[in-house]
Design a protein around this ligand. Structure first.
Ligand code: MF3
Ligand code: CO
Ligand code: CO
Length: 278
C-alpha cells in the first residue's frame, strides 16, 4: 500500500479521532497510582471509549504472524519497550509506564501515548521520560512540506544519543488514517535530507522509544511484549501529526496534553486544540 494524502474532510475526521484518543489518556491519568492494576486501567479505558462512541483499535488487532492483541490499550512498564499487555499486577511506587491508546471513530484512527510516573519517580525515570518527550518534539519540529522523513529521525537520534540514551530500531512511527498502520514508516533515527519528502495531507505518528542502556530489544513468549535485552529502562511518547501547507499540526491534543516545549517553532507547529472546528 502507498501513502494516502488526506483531504480537508479526512483531516477533520482525524482531528476528532485523535482528540478522543488523547482524552482517554486524560481520563486515565488520575487513576494511575500505586496499587491499581493495569487490567483496571484497561477496563476504565474500555468504559471511556464506550462513552465516547469509539472502538479500541488494539482489541483483537492481529497483524500477519501475530496472535490477536487481547486488550483495549498497551501498558509498557519500566524495561518494557512497547506492546505491554495489561495484567493483574498492582502498580508500584516508582514504576514508569507508557500507556498507548488507539481509538477508531467513524472509521478513522487516532493514536497517542504518554509516560506516567507512578508515585515518587526515580531521577533516572524522570530524566529518561523527559528526554524522550523532548525527542518526540524535536522530531515534530522538523515536519513541513519539503522536509524529508530522514530529517525527523536524525533530529530524534541526535537529541537522544546526545543525552546518552539509545534509540530502538525495530519499531517506528507510521502513516495512519482509515487504517491503523499505513505507509510510510517513520524511523526514529537516520540522516538529514534522506528518505521520502513530506507533502501536505500526509498523516503519520512519531513515537520514539528510548532506552537508558543498549538499544537491543527482544519479544517475550506472549508474542507481543517487547523488552530491552539488557533490562534497562525504556520510555516512549507518541503523537499523530498532519503535514500542513506551512508546517505541521499535532492532532492528538486535548485538555490534559503536556504542553509543547519552548524550543518548538510555534510559527510552523500548530496544535489541534488551537484549530477552529466547524
Ligand atoms: N499503538 C501502537 C502504535 O503506536 C500499536 C499497538 S498494537 C498492539 O503503533 F496490538 F500492540 F496493541
Ligand atoms: Co503508533
Ligand atoms: Co500507539
Amino acid at each position: 500500500m502507498s501513502i494516502t494524502y488526506k483531504d480537508a474532510a479526512g483531516i477533520a475526521a482525524m482531528r476528532t479521532a485523535c482528540r478522543l484518543a488523547s482524552e482517554v489518556l486524560d481520563f486515565l491519568a488520575p487513576h494511575v497510582k500505586p496499587g491499581v492494576t493495569t487490567n483496571e486501567i484497561d477496563r476504565l479505558a474500555a468504559e471511556c471509549m464506550a462513552r465516547q462512541g469509539t472502538v479500541s483499535a488494539t482489541l483483537g488487532y492481529q497483524p500477519p504472524g501475530y496472535t490477536p492483541y487481547p486488550k483495549s490499550l498497551c501498558t509498557s512498564l519500566n524495561h518494557v519497550v512497547c506492546h505491554g499487555i495489561p495484567n493483574d499486577k498492582p502498580l508500584r511506587k516508582g514504576d514508569a509506564m507508557n500507556i498507548d491508546v488507539t481509538v477508531i471513530k467513524d472509521g478513522w484512527f487516532g493514536d497517542t501515548s504518554r509516560m506516567f510516573l507512578v508515585g515518587e519517580p526515580s531521577i533516572a525515570a524522570k530524566r529518561l521520560s523527559q528526554v524522550t518527550f523532548e525527542s518526540l518534539w524535536h522530531g515534530i519540529n522538523q515536519v513541513r512540506p519539503g522536509a524529508r522523513l530522514g530529517d525527523i529521525g536524525a533530529a530524534i537520534q541526535k537529541f537522544a544519543e546526545g543525552h546518552g540514551y539509545s534509540v530502538v530500531r525495530e519499531f517506528c512511527g507510521h502513516g495512519i488514517g482509515q487504517n491503523f498502520h499505513e505507509e510510510p514508516q517513520v524511523l526514529h533515527y537516520g540522516r538529514p535530507g534522506t528518505l521520502t519528502e513530506l507533502r501536505p495531507g500526509m498523516v503519520f505518528t512519531i513515537e520514539p522509544m528510548l532506552n537508558a542502556g543498549r538499544r537491543e530489544v527482544k519479544e517475550l513468549g506472549d508474542g507481543w511484549t517487547i523488552v530491552t535485552k539488557d533490562h534497562s529502562l525504556s520510555a516512549q511518547w507518541e503523537h499523530t501529526v498532519v503535514v500542513t501547507e506551512t508546517g505541521v499540526e499535532v492532532l492528538t491534543m486535548s485538555a490534559g496534553t503536556q504542553p509543547a516545549p519552548d524550543f518548538v517553532d510555534r510559527e510552523r507547529v500548530r496544535l489541534a486544540t488551537e484549530t477552529a472546528t466547524a
